[in-house]
Write a protein that binds this ligand. Structure first.
Ligand code: NAD
Ligand code: WQD
Length: 339
């Protein structure tokens, strides 16, 4: 049955891929995004790929009046909430900007949902809520310790949603804790378009492969891992997008609040990622070993079994496909969505 879904932050990296999958599944999609870290071009391409469109509103979630107007014009079945700022380093420099944008934006959204009696929500949380885990793979029951303001915004929002579900059993919230999303849609037409110097490994590696950057700096090779470089659970963004559809399908049977990991359960090191990217791009990628990045951990990968049992979802796309799709996007759009 088709749904009407509000997608906040739908013009962004994960949001745009999710909008495409929702359209392909026959859902009606309304996007609110203030475009602070994205461009409307992503949604134009989503419309092209799907053969039908999303309805877009350039709205800041913190603007209660504009958000209210969107809710007045529609009767949503559910909300997928991606909108937020996400750069860890920047969050340490400007914590108030992160707390204001991510927390106030979410509070305004939840209040509008409550007023309009739409209480089904899928939220973009992050494996960052686990901080430096005591052991891997990381299950949802692991202790939460955040290590930076960005991570704390995710943790506080999770707590807010748990409180809301305790106070009113009409709310159903699925808190999806993503591991490391990479890759792009197989068409190469939508993908990750970081502003400025990428913070994350794979966009940096791909920009180096395409000649925009000279070399990758590997942040430390003295970790307690097989090759000394950091190990992460990289997940294809299309698998991640499909995880949101599985979550939306599950919502009517959900009770209260539940946190669910979206990862593959498999870890790869930085050097393995560079080697896989070289293979996909068919060229050498220059790199050198540099110092550790403050705040980084050695190893992080998911116990992905709860998503399988609860949502009937698991990641299907392997490392080769992630790198091939990332390269297709990067080589066709060396400067992202801007010409
Ligand atoms: P993104 O920056 O590409 O997308 C976020 C979108 O939200 C952007 O289009 C931005 O313009 C919009 N936005 C931000 N603040 C807004 C506001 N106040 N009002 C309206 N729109 C606003 O990021 P992404 O990688 O697609 O991430 C989506 C969500 O997933 C974020 O909440 C992020 O924290 C979370 N997440 C991302 C990763 C990752 O590595 N990419 C990992 C874990 C969790
Ligand atoms: C991956 C690995 C680095 C860049 C971050 C956030 C997390 C989540 C996902 C939102 C690490 C190494 C990186 C580089 C490198 N985002 N690296 N050279 O740090 O696992 O997670 O993004 O929720 O909250 O913290 O991802 O891609 O930055 O790093 O060697 O130029 O690559 O040390 O081992 P991370 P990442």
């Amino acid at each position: 049955m088709s749904r009407k879904v509000l997608v906040t932050g739908g013009a962004g990296y994960i949001g745009s891929h999710t909008c495409l999958e929702l359209l392909k599944a026959g859902d009606e999609v309304v996007v609110v995004d203030n475009l602070c870290n994205s461009s409307e071009e992503s949604l134009r391409r989503v419309d092209d790929l799907a053969g039908r469109g999303v309805e877009f509103h350039r709205v800041d979630l913190c603007d209660a009046g504009e958000l209210e107007a969107v809710f007045e014009a529609h009767d949503f079945d559910a909300v997928v909430h991606f909108a937020g700022l996400k750069a860890v380093g920047e969050s340490c420099e400007m914590p108030l900007r992160y707390y204001e944008n991510n927390l106030t934006g979410t509070i305004e959204l939840l209040q509008a949902m409550d007023r309009h009696e739409c209480r089904d929500l899928v939220f973009s949380s992050s494996a960052t809520v686990y901080g430096d885990p005591d052991s891997v793979p990381i299950a949802e029951t692991a202790a939460l310790h955040t290590t930076n303001p960005y991570g704390r915004t995710k943790y506080f929002i999770e707590e807010m949603m748990r409180d809301l579900c305790l106070a009113d059993d009409r709310w159903r919230c699925l808190l999806l804790r993503y591991f490391n999303p990479i890759g792009a849609h197989e068409s190469g037409r939508i993908g990750e378009d970081p502003q400025g110097i990428p913070n994350n490994l794979m966009p940096y590696v791909m920009q180096t492969a395409v000649g925009l950057r000279d070399e990758v700096v590997v942040f430390g090779d003295d970790y307690d891992t097989p090759d000394g470089t950091g190990v992460r659970d990289y997940i294809h963004v299309v698998d991640l997008a499909l995880g949101h559809l599985a979550a939306l399908d599950h919502l009517p049977d959900a009770r209260g609040c539940a946190a669910i990991n979206l990862g593959t359960g498999q870890g790869y090191s930085v050097l393995e990622m560079i080697a896989a990217a070289e293979k996909a791009a068919g060229r050498k990628i220059a790199y050198r070993i540099g110092p550790r990045r403050p705040g980084d951990i050695a190893t992080c990968y998911a116990d992905a079994s709860l998503a399988a049992s609860k949502l009937g979802w698991k990641a299907e796309r392997g490392l080769e496909e992630m790198c091939a799709d990332a390269w297709r996007w990067q080589s066709a759009n060396p400067k992202g969505y801007s010409k």
